[in-house]
Design a protein around this ligand. Structure first.
Ligand SMILES: Nc1nc2c(ncn2[C@@H]2O[C@H](COP(=O)(O)OP(=O)(O)OP(=O)(O)O)[C@@H](O)[C@H]2O)c(=O)[nH]1
Ligand SMILES: [Mg+2]
Length: 239
């Protein structure tokens, strides 16, 4: 199947302060900016072009939506056109898994209205804080079963664990009907974070190396105008 040049829009959603923006920044620029919390104002857009075997070159548009947007009138606009939703919670914060129900309800409601079937994944964040975990794996699995979520990951933006795998597998799942079928037949278990000291993201056995020639671009308010001025840019930002 030739999918070279395909685009996938991946939305990262869930309660405030659960690490969504940090996961996105780990994926697009392989960085983690300490413990400072800067709430996302509305929504931020990022873009990363990458080579995904065996699909070819794929552009991922990442839509990072503020947790506070759950009560915003703009939410349906922010969610419009998203192909894959990463339903995210913080595994050290049980309330964040409960709050995810509101997000799932909104997303499924809009999908039904528009007669679309988005791909969905359940993502537990802050996997490096295993000693502070309050959401057990069985609660994660029950949630995924309750909402028929077939892709499942535990990630750490801090260590980089499973972040690359999560985005890449979601893109493959969305673009490849064969992959979708395989996952549906053998419902995936969450990718557990090993208890040992985390390896740097690029050295982890599950990590997918970023091949030469691919580009990672992060667009924040400062860089957005420059990117949008570029006629080849596919990126915009809404605040
Ligand atoms: N230990 C640890 N802390 C993390 C991790 N990811 C994020 N954090 C911390 O969690 C806090 C919130 O991170 P953000 O990524 O800004 O949270 P958010 O979900 O985007 O929040 P909103 O934009 O308000 O919706 C920050 O203080 C981060 O440093 C992680 O993987 N491990
Ligand atoms: Mg954020």
């Amino acid at each position: 199947m030739d999918l070279d040049g395909k685009q996938v829009r991946i939305g990262v959603i869930g309660a405030p302060c659960i690490g969504k923006s940090c996961i996105v920044k780990r994926f697009v620029e392989n960085s983690f900016h300490g413990s400072q919390y800067n709430p996302t104002p509305g929504v931020d857009f990022y873009s990363r072009r990458m080579s995904v075997k065996p699909l070819g070159t794929v552009t991922l548009i990442i839509i990072d939506i503020a947790g506070s947007a759950i009560s915003s009138k703009m939410l349906p606009i922010y969610l419009h056109g998203i192909d894959v939703f990463l339903f995210t919670y913080d595994m050290t914060n049980t309330a964040s898994l409960n709050e995810l129900r509101r997000w799932v309800t909104v997303v499924y409601g809009l999908a039904e209205e528009k007669h679309v079937e988005p791909s969905v994944a359940l993502v537990g964040s802050k996997g490096d804080l295993e000693h502070l975990r309050t959401v057990r794996l069985d609660a994660h699995t029950r949630f995924a079963q309750e909402f028929n979520i077939q892709l499942s990951f535990l990630v750490s933006a801090k260590s980089g664990e499973s972040v690359q795998t999560c985005f890449t597998k979601c893109a493959i799942y969305h673009l490849s009907p064969e992959a979708k079928q395989r996952v549906r037949e053998h419902a995936l278990l969450p990718v557990a974070i090993p208890k040992r000291q985390s390896l740097p993201a690029q050295n982890h056995p599950l990590a997918i190396p970023q091949p030469p020639g691919t580009s990672a671009g992060i667009l924040n308010p400062t860089t957005t105008s420059a990117a949008m001025a570029d006629p080849n840019s596919t990126v915009c930002s809404v605040q």
